[in-house]
Design a protein around this ligand. Structure first.
Ligand SMILES: CCC1=C(C)/C(=C/C2=NC(=C\c3[nH]c(/C=C4\NC(=O)[C@H](C)[C@H]4CC)c(C)c3CCC(=O)O)/C(CCC(=O)O)=C2C)NC1=O
Length: 169
């Protein structure tokens, strides 16, 4: 599992170079944004259950077929599995925000996920809608907590959405 710093070091170590100007600029960006990333993570940690609940109810409002007979989130067990998945996306998204890097998402969340979803009939399009709704809620809450430009919180959610939607070649 890597973060912004270890990823950078690995890149330079692979070719035996000292950190150059561009590496130092990128480090500076990482440290300068550190406080905002920690704040965002605190907002997520302190409101996780509420964020998942709000996002799920918006998702089921937008796509009510999911919770009707025959829908993938129909029955209490599958409804709970869907909310649990949303919670996974939120929690791992918060880790990726602190790390300033999506590696944790590849390693812990996305590997094999599309195949699992396909084999269980979990619809990927609506899952992505759910991830995007969560992103929006998180962004608003982080801005409400006093972070002026919270656009950086989009990274992990967009990353998961993009990786989930990609078709194998
Ligand atoms: C930490 C990494 C991690 C992830 C991401 C993960 C996802 C994950 N979601 C699953 C199921 C599921 N996922 C959903 C999710 C949904 N259905 C919908 O209609 C909605 C669109 C969506 C919610 C937004 C549902 C309903 C199931 C149960 C499907 C079934 O058993 O029929 C399963 C199959 C096993 C199980 O039911 O627990 C996995 C592995 N597991 C992990 O360990």
């Amino acid at each position: 599992m890597r973060d912004a710093v270890t990823t950078l070091i690995k890149t330079y170590d692979d070719t035996g170079r000292y950190l150059d100007r561009s590496a130092l600029d990128s480090l500076k960006g990482y440290f300068d944004s550190g406080l905002a990333r920690v704040k965002a993570t605190a907002v997520i940690s302190g409101n996780a259950a509420g964020i998942v609940k709000e996002a799920a109810s918006k998702l089921f409002e937008q796509i009510p077929e999911l919770i009707r007979a025959g829908g993938n989130a129909y029955t209490t067990r599958r409804y709970a599995a869907c909310l649990r998945d949303m919670d996974y996306y939120l929690r791992y998204g918060s880790y990726a925000l602190v790390a300033g890097n999506a590696d944790v998402l590849d390693e812990r969340v996305l590997t094999g996920l599309r195949e699992t979803y396909n084999s269980l009939g979990v619809p990927i399009g609506p899952t992505i809608v759910g991830i995007q709704i969560m992103k929006q809620i998180v962004k608003e809450k982080v801005e409400a907590a006093g972070v002026e430009d919270a656009s950086f919180v989009e990274m992990p959610f967009d990353y998961m959405a993009r990786e989930l939607s990609e078709v194998n070649v």
